[in-house]
Design a protein. Structure first.
Length: 733
C-alpha cells in the first residue's frame, strides 16, 4: 500500500500536500523552491504561516512583478535547477512549524488557473527555459477528485459521457428521481478549485426522446421567456415525472413549494443536506443546441496563421443515437474545467461566479437598491456608444482600401480595472467637485471637440455638444486626464470612496483564464465552449441593467454603464497609441469595439497600423489576446468614401466580411458600391461579440443557438432561464 503524502495545515486550518513536480519562486521568500501547494509555490515553512487570502495577495504580487520584470524573473528562476533531493531536504529543514499534520481524510487538491498565453515566463501557460507550454484548465485532469465527470447526456437506452463513452441504461427512467439517482451512480459532480472550497453538483441532460418518455414534449416549449415559464408551470402541476419522484422520496428545490420543472431542476433525496445532481432541460433554457462541427475558420489573416478567434457552426437540437449527445457532454465538461463551475445558463453562471469570487467585505455591500428615483440609473445607453467618422484626406483617398477591426472581449477586458460603486449612492443636488476615486454619475456640460483625429469620449455620437449629459466616473476621468476637460458638475449621484472598488477584478481573472485555456486548447469543441464563456460575460453585463433583475441584488445599472464606458476608453487608448507611433488615425470609431483605418494593403492583417513599440505596446494589439483587435470587415476606399462624412457611420454593410474579402477579387465582390441598408444581412452578418449588449436582451442561450433558418422571438428575453425566483446574486442551490 502506497504511503499517503504528508499533509500541511495553514493558519485557516486547511490541509493539503506538497507536489514536487515543478519549481518556481516561493511566494513567501522569493527564493526558488521545489514545492507546489494547491498549485502555488511555497516552501513548507512559509505555507503553514499563511491564509488563503494572504496567498492570493502574494500570488498577485508575484504575477505583477514577473510581468514587469520578465528578464529578472527568468534569471532568478533559471540560475540553477533544483538539485536532486531538494524536496526532501526542504521538508526536513522546515522545522517544527511545518511538520506534517497527522493523516486525515483525503483532500481534493486544487490547482491555480493557468495564466494562459502571454502570461509571465515560467507560469503555467507561459514559457520556461525556452520550452513552450500550453495553458491548463481551472481544474486539471490530474487533480485528485472522486467524480467521474461533470455531466452526462441520457437517452432512453444509453448514457453518453464527456470522454465519448456510451453506457447502457440498466433500469427504465420513470421520473426525475431516477435521473438524480443515475447521476449519483455515475459519480457526476465537480470538485473544489482555488476559490471554491465545496464541490458542485453534477448534471444530467436528457435527450428529447427521454423527455417525451417522461411526458414532456420539448418541441412545444415556447421560446418567449414569459410564455415558457407559464407553460412549464402548467405542465408541472400534472406531470407524473415530478409527482412520482416526490412520492418516492425526492425533494425539489428547498422543499417548501410544489415541484417545478425548470431549465435547471434541482432535487435531492429526503434527508440529504444538499443536492448532488441537477437535471438540465436545455430546450427550456432556449430552443436549440449547437451540434454542428466548429468551422475552424479564422477571423484573422485569411491565408496564414489565424489572428482572430475560431467560430462555431451551430444548428439542430440534441438528438439520441448520434454523436451530438456525446458532444453536448463534452462541451459541458470543457466549460466546467475551464471556468471552475458547471454551466447553468450564461447569466446564472455569471452571477454565481461573481458570488463565489467576490471578497466577503465587498459581498456585504452588494445589496438590493431601489433605483426608481435615480434618474441616470434608468437610462439604458446613458453616455452612448461611438458613432464617429472623419473625411479622409487626399493622401488617404489614394490608399485604396479601408479595413475595420473588432476588439476581442471588450467588455471582459473592461472588468479588469473598472471602478464600481456598491450600496445606495448619495445625491449631490448642487453638484460636487470631481473625484476619480468615487464611482458615480455626474451631470456635466458637453463641450465642443476640436481635435479631428479621434472622437470625444463625452460626445461619442457627435450629437450632444452644448447639452448636459450624465456620464460615469470612468468617462469623466478620461475626459479630464486625456482631453484637458475641466468639468462643472451640476448634479451627481455618488458612492463614497469606501463604497467604490474594482470589485469585478476577481471575476474578470477567472473568465480571462478560462478564455486563455480555450484559445490554447486543441479540443475541437473548444471554439463552441469559448463562445459560451463569451456569452457569460456579455449577458451578465446586460443582466445588471435588465428590467427582470429589478428588486434583486443583481440589478446594478452603474456596473453596466461603467463597463461600457471603460470599453470606450480602452478603444481611445489604442487609437492614441497607434497615432503616436505611426501618425495614422482612424476613419471610423464605432460602438465600443470597432476601429477602421485607410490602407494601401489589401490584406487587413498587413494593413493594421499599430507597431510593437512604446512602454504599453498598445499599438501592437492585433491578434486573439483579450482587448486586442482582429480583422472584421474590408472594402475599397472608393465604396466607403460616401459614408465618411464626419457624421455617423452608415457604411458598415458596404464593407465585406473578412472571409468573403479574402476569397474574391475586388471586382467580383457583390454589392461593392451598394449604399448601407441594401446589402444582404446574411452575407454581411457581424460576428457575435459585444453587439448584443443592450440590457433588455439579457438571456441565456449559450449552449443553445438558433437552428438554421430560424430566428427565435427575443422580444421578452430579459430573464434568466430559471425564472425570477432563481435569479439572485446568491446563486440558489
Amino acid at each position: 500500500m502506497d504511503a499517503q503524502p504528508p499533509l500541511f495545515t495553514d493558519r485557516d486550518g486547511y490541509q493539503t500536500a506538497a507536489r514536487g513536480d515543478d519549481w518556481d519562486l516561493c511566494l513567501g521568500c522569493g527564493a526558488p523552491c521545489w514545492h507546489l501547494f494547491d498549485g502555488l509555490p511555497f516552501h513548507p515553512e512559509h505555507w503553514v504561516s499563511t491564509t488563503v487570502t494572504e496567498r492570493e495577495q502574494m500570488w498577485r504580487r508575484l504575477e505583477r512583478w514577473s510581468q514587469d520584470n520578465p528578464e529578472e524573473y527568468r534569471r532568478r528562476l533559471d540560475r540553477a535547477a533544483p538539485p536532486t533531493g531538494a524536496r526532501d531536504r526542504d521538508l526536513a529543514s522546515a522545522g517544527d512549524s511545518a511538520r506534517p499534520s497527522a493523516p486525515a481524510a483525503p483532500v481534493a487538491r486544487e490547482r491555480r488557473a493557468a495564466p494562459g498565453p502571454g502570461a509571465r515566463p515560467g507560469a503555467r501557460g507561459g514559457v520556461r527555459g525556452g520550452r513552450p507550454s500550453k495553458a491548463t484548465a481551472a481544474v486539471a485532469g490530474g487533480a485528485a477528485s472522486s467524480f467521474r465527470a461533470v455531466a452526462a447526456v441520457v437517452d432512453v437506452t444509453t448514457v453518453w459521457l464527456p470522454d465519448g463513452s456510451a453506457l447502457p441504461v440498466e433500469r427504465p427512467i420513470r421520473h426525475l428521481g431516477d435521473l438524480e439517482e443515475l447521476g449519483r451512480t455515475l459519480r457526476l459532480g465537480f470538485g473544489p478549485v482555488r476559490w471554491r472550497r465545496t464541490p458542485e453538483a453534477g448534471q444530467i441532460v436528457p435527450t428529447a426522446a427521454l423527455w417525451r418518455q417522461l411526458g414532456v414534449d420539448v418541441a412545444a416549449i415556447p421560446t418567449r421567456e414569459d410564455k415558457r415559464r407559464a407553460w412549464l408551470q402548467e405542465l408541472s402541476a400534472q406531470l407524473p415525472a415530478l409527482s412520482d419522484a416526490v412520492a418516492e422520496g425526492w425533494v425539489f428545490g428547498d422543499g417548501r413549494s410544489a415541484p417545478q420543472l425548470r431549465g435547471i431542476t434541482r432535487l435531492r433525496r429526503t434527508g440529504a443536506e444538499r443536492g448532488e445532481v441537477a437535471v438540465l432541460c436545455l430546450q427550456a433554457m432556449d430552443s436549440t443546441l449547437p451540434t454542428g462541427e466548429p468551422t475552424g475558420e479564422p477571423t484573422g489573416e485569411p491565408t496564414g496563421e489565424p489572428t482572430g478567434e475560431p467560430t462555431a457552426r451551430t444548428s439542430g437540437a440534441v438528438t439520441p443515437g448520434s454523436a451530438e449527445a456525446a458532444v453536448t457532454a463534452r462541451r459541458l465538461q470543457l466549460f466546467a474545467d475551464a471556468v471552475g463551475i458547471p454551466f447553468r445558463g450564461a447569466i446564472s453562471t455569471g452571477m454565481d461566479l461573481l458570488e463565489l469570487v467576490t471578497p466577503l467585505e465587498r459581498k456585504k455591500q452588494w445589496e438590493t437598491v431601489d433605483y426608481s428615483g435615480i434618474g441616470p440609473a434608468n437610462t439604458g445607453m446613458l453616455d452612448g456608444v461611438f458613432n464617429w467618422t472623419r473625411r479622409p484626406d487626399a493622401a488617404e483617398r489614394q490608399l485604396g482600401y479601408v479595413h475595420a477591426y473588432d476588439r476581442n472581449g471588450a467588455y471582459l477586458a473592461a472588468c479588469s480595472s473598472v471602478l464600481i460603486g456598491l450600496g445606495r449612492p448619495q445625491l449631490f443636488e448642487d453638484g460636487a467637485q470631481f473625484d476619480e476615486r468615487r464611482a458615480g454619475w455626474w451631470l456635466v456640460d458637453v463641450p465642443a471637440h476640436e481635435d479631428w483625429r479621434w472622437p470625444s469620449v463625452l460626445d461619442p455620437g457627435g450629437r450632444t455638444v452644448g447639452t448636459q449629459q450624465w456620464v460615469t466616473t470612468t468617462t469623466l476621468a478620461y475626459a479630464v486626464k486625456e482631453q484637458g476637460y475641466t468639468p462643472v458638475v451640476h448634479r451627481a449621484w455618488l458612492w463614497t470612496a469606501e463604497q467604490s472598488s474594482r470589485v469585478l477584478e476577481p471575476w474578470y481573472r477567472v473568465l480571462r483564464d478560462a478564455r486563455n485555456v480555450l484559445l490554447d486548447s486543441d479540443d475541437e469543441q473548444a471554439p463552441v465552449v469559448l463562445e459560451m464563456v463569451k456569452q457569460v460575460y456579455k449577458r451578465t453585463n446586460g443582466w445588471f441593467a435588465a428590467s427582470a433583475a429589478r428588486g434583486t441584488p443583481a440589478f446594478q445599472p452603474y456596473v453596466h454603464h461603467a463597463i461600457r464606458a471603460a470599453s470606450k476608453v480602452g478603444m481611445l487608448h489604442t487609437v492614441k497609441a497607434i497615432g503616436a507611433q505611426s501618425g495614422t488615425w482612424p476613419l471610423v470609431v464605432a460602438d465600443t469595439d470597432v476601429l477602421a483605418y485607410a490602407s494601401d494593403q489589401r490584406d487587413p492583417v498587413a494593413g493594421w497600423p499599430g507597431r510593437d513599440e512604446g512602454k504599453t505596446k498598445l499599438g501592437s494589439k492585433l491578434g486573439r489576446g483579450l482587448g486586442g483587435y482582429k480583422p472584421y470587415r474590408s472594402g475599397t476606399m472608393s465604396a466607403q468614401v460616401p459614408f465618411l462624412t464626419g457624421q455617423g457611420w452608415g457604411g458598415r454593410d458596404v464593407l465585406h466580411d473578412v472571409r468573403v474579402w479574402a476569397a474574391a477579387d475586388d471586382d467580383l465582390l457583390p454589392g461593392a458600391h451598394r449604399p448601407a441598408g441594401h446589402g444582404s444581412q446574411e452575407e454581411h452578418a457581424r460576428p457575435a461579440d459585444e453587439a448584443a449588449d443592450a440590457p433588455v436582451e439579457a438571456h441565456d442561450d449559450v449552449l443553445l443557438a438558433p437552428a438554421a433558418g430560424t430566428a427565435p422571438d427575443r422580444a421578452h428575453e430579459d430573464s434568466d432561464e430559471d425564472g425570477s425566483g432563481q435569479m439572485s446574486l446568491l446563486g440558489e442551490w
